[in-house]
Design a protein around this ligand. Structure first.
Ligand code: GLN
Length: 392
């Protein structure tokens, strides 16, 4: 057990942490290191270009018009309506905006709420590693037991045989993520069919982190749980406006789930944040109502992926497949034997490009010699970064 000193705490004694293995997130650590050293920051996932100015104007207008007090706990009705319409357009599934859609203060809040709403002490939760760093702490804070299964290298596929062996009556939840952070892998139709077969007749629920739903490449279809009636019936689907509208700092996301699950979800949401930023919700409702631009996001980011890959040709890094999200994994085994965290830090301090190691997303597996680069950046940023990376 790791002990943390708490100065001035009760009797200033040692604190028995609920999350002894958890430090500050790697995103905060690497972004700070990039800022401190003046490195180009391809670590934490956020665009270095601005959002549509009309969206900013729209927030300002809603503020000027006096929409500055608490939003309804479940979200502004027009935004919930727009989210529901989007699911109908994209996936042919109707969610009731009143009882099945909840707006949250970011995707991370929604993931936490869903886990906390359904996981009891001793419940098992299957996660697939590398997995986003908020999942396991959310499970542990709820008293759940993470059952960590590795995605299989080199293309980070789900081993459904291993999932089948892990599933048992104590399995309360499976947490899935497609397009996948940090690997850029996606679930295919076959994956989702296998999942449906495995969970049929069980009590197991699903949290499906689909925050990169509109960033998917090479003509692939995003296999939302919403497309599959048996899976939708047991799924919390998590979305994020940060990724879709280039506004990660606005921290607005949502969860869609059948009414019974949404009822439990809202019991947690109302005591975590109560409600989410009002004028921003109104502006997003206006933007999402037309669904304009949603289908442009994949080609936009595919061009950035391809630019980055082209620029990295001639480097000693080897790109792994990236089928969605705005993250590109690169194998550096031709350059160094260092562990990934050491290598990522040295790349930042000595070569001026910050990245994210995958070890913070791993619990059981040995970290491979790969690091994650975010390509949600201006072309000139990618060009400058690649020029430095080609010299490594
Ligand atoms: N989702 C972002 C990433 O993967 C980070 C979000 C955060 O910093 N909490 O880079």
């Amino acid at each position: 057990m790791m002990w943390t000193r708490v100065a001035g705490g009760p009797a200033d004694k040692e604190m028995d942490s609920k999350l002894p293995g958890v430090g500050t997130t790697i995103f905060t650590v690497m972004s700070k290191l990039a800022a401190d050293t003046g490195a180009i920051n391809l670590s934490q996932g956020f665009p270095d270009f601005d959002c549509d100015p009309a969206l900013v104007e729209s927030v300002a207008r809603h503020m000027r018009e006096g929409r500055n007090q608490y939003a309804p706990m479940q979200g502004v009705p027009a935004l919930r309506q727009a989210i529901a319409s989007k699911y109908e357009t994209f996936h042919g599934r109707r969610y009731d905006p009143d009882t099945e859609v909840t707006v949250t203060s970011g995707g991370t809040e929604a993931i936490f709420d869903a886990v906390a709403a359904v996981v009891r002490t001793g419940d098992e939760v299957i996660v697939l590693e590398p997995c986003y760093d908020s999942y396991v702490p959310a499970i542990e804070l709820s008293g759940g037991v993470p059952i960590v299964l590795p995605l299989t290298l080199p293309d980070y596929r789900v081993d459904w045989g291993a999932v089948a062996r892990a599933l048992n009556p104590r399995t309360r939840l499976i947490i899935l993520n497609s397009p996948h952070n940090p690997t850029g892998a996606i679930l295919t139709r076959e994956d989702v069919d296998q999942l449906a077969t495995l969970v049929a007749g069980t009590e197991t629920l699903i949290v499906s982190d689909e925050v990169y739903e509109h960033i998917i490449f090479d003509g692939a279809q995003h296999e939302s749980m919403a497309r599959h009636p048996e899976l939708a019936a047991r799924s919390f689907i998590i979305g994020s406006f940060g990724k879709t509208y280039h506004i990660t700092g606005w921290k607005v996301g949502y969860a869609v789930a059948p009414a019974q699950l949404t009822t439990e979800f809202r019991k947690v949401h109302q005591f975590v944040t109560f409600s989410t930023n009002t004028p921003v919700q109104h502006a997003l409702a206006d933007a999402l109502a037309s669904q304009a631009g949603l289908r442009d996001l994949s080609p936009f980011y595919q061009a950035k992926r391809d630019l980055f890959l082209g620029l990295m040709e001639g480097s000693r890094f080897t790109a792994l497949p990236c089928r969605g999200s705005y993250f590109q994994l690169m194998d550096y085994s031709a350059i160094s034997d260092e562990a990934d965290s050491e290598f990522a830090i040295r790349m930042t301090t000595e070569h001026g490009v910050a990245s994210i190691p995958t070890s913070p997303f791993l619990y059981k597996s040995q970290a491979p010699k790969v690091i994650r680069f975010c390509f949600a950046k201006k072309d000139e940023t990618l060009e400058r970064a690649a020029e430095r990376l080609r010299r490594v």
